[in-house]
Design a protein around this ligand. Structure first.
Ligand SMILES: [Zn+2]
Length: 115
């Protein structure tokens, strides 16, 4: 099995588990809202906010994985979008949807935080 095939499989696996989590998060919150206590209601609102945050993150992650899966069909997969150098395989095994190499990422973060 080539490295690329292995990374593709890892991406599909992560995609499947995200989709499973997603379905799980779709359990209607109303099932938990049957307690009429106002304090419970407040914590329920908080839980819903949290659910929205979690879902937003999941969608973002899912999009990155989908894009990476498409990229694996092209030559640019595994290359840094910034410096075009190959991203080390070790890094891709940890984060198969990585778009940047570690040094570019570090540089971008430094620029972002203004140091
Ligand atoms: Zn780079």
């Amino acid at each position: 099995m080539t490295k690329r095939v292995r990374l593709r499989e890892e991406l599909s696996r992560q995609r499947t588990s995200l989709l499973t989590e997603w379905n799980f998060s779709l359990v209607p919150p109303s099932e938990r809202a049957s307690y009429a206590d106002p304090a419970d209601q407040a914590s329920n609102d908080f839980e819903q906010d949290l659910t929205i945050q979690v879902r937003t993150r999941m969608i973002a992650r899912l999009k990155r994985i989908e894009r990476a899966l498409q990229l694996t069909q092209t030559k640019s997969y595994g290359c840094c979008r910034q410096c075009r150098k190959a991203i080390p395989y070790a890094r891709l095994t940890v984060q198969p949807d990585a778009l940047f190499c570690v040094s570019c990422l570090a540089r971008m973060e430094r620029q972002h935080y203004g140091h």
